[in-house]
Design a protein around this ligand. Structure first.
Ligand SMILES: [Zn+2]
Ligand SMILES: [Zn+2]
Length: 261
């Protein structure tokens, strides 16, 4: 079975301490590629360094909406210089979070749009974080007339919301929340969407899936999310793993051969 964890924070202090063991367990569990997602400048730098060191790791660079208020004036130049290095596959995670509003909404919008434009300039996809802001996210993305590719990570919206982003060509990624009780509305999205646009992620160290819920999450647990998606869609887990891995390779431009040796 081939699994790709499209969103994990191996750059988080909670995973750094025993990273060699975390990576060994992930590889043992069939996770062939892990995309290490940056959320501010320091974590983006770490993501790039990890990807340079480990063959099966790739990186994204970006500033999370929580950190939008704290960015230094030269943040776009710094992201741009990292994004040109070989193993950076996306700009992210970027977006809007009106649930916690750790940065003022106006500043979140500004920093999000600036990074969307950076992604377009660099022809990279975007990894989007969105919480309690799907309407506004949709109008911002729709307003960006020219081609933008990307994924809405840890999707938590309804089928009506999902449909609109799928129509714009976006991918949706599912995390451990799909394994939690009372996730019927999310299960409806998983059941109805095209499999070709569905990605899997752990978002480790957050959101550990059942049966590890409440503990530190790590990429080795991705299989529980794949199994749940397979159960909802009435498919074999191997099929879900293969289809979502192919989608991840397509979106992030990962080549098959270079990962296997
Ligand atoms: Zn996020
Ligand atoms: Zn994340």
């Amino acid at each position: 079975m081939e699994l790709i964890d499209t969103h994990c924070h191996l750059n988080d202090p909670r995973l750094e301490a025993d990273l060699p063991e975390v990576l060994a367990r992930a590889r043992q569990a069939g996770v062939k590629v892990m995309i290490v997602v940056g959320y501010d400048l320091a974590s983006s730098a770490k993501a790039v360094a990890l990807a340079e060191r480990e063959k099966d790791l790739y990186a994204t660079v970006g500033v999370h909406p929580h950190d939008a208020a704290k960015v230094p004036p030269d943040y776009l130049e710094r992201l741009r210089s990292w994004a040109k290095t070989g193993k950076v596959v996306a700009v992210g995670e970027i977006g809007l979070d009106f649930y916690r509003n750790l940065s003022p909404p106006a500043r979140q919008r500004e920093v999000f749009l600036a990074q969307l434009h950076l992604a377009r300039e660099l022809s990279l996809p975007v990894v989007i974080h969105c919480r309690d802001a799907y309407d506004e996210l949709y109008s911002l993305l729709k307003g960006e007339k020219s081609e933008l590719e990307g994924v809405l990570h840890c999707f938590s919206g309804t089928w009506r919301e999902a449909e609109r982003f799928l129509a714009l060509g976006f991918y949706l990624s599912f995390a451990g929340t799909i394994t939690f009780p009372r996730s019927d509305s999310l299960a409806e999205v998983v059941a109805r969407m095209e499999l070709e646009r569905l990605l899997l992620e752990t978002d480790a160290p957050y959101l550990a899936p059942v049966p590890h819920r409440g503990k530190r999450n790590e990429p080795a647990y991705l299989v529980h999310i794949a199994r749940k998606v397979a159960e909802i869609r009435g498919m074999r887990v191997e099929e879900v793993a293969a289809a979502s891995a192919a989608s991840a390779r397509r979106l992030f431009g990962l080549k098959e051969g270079e990962l296997d040796g």
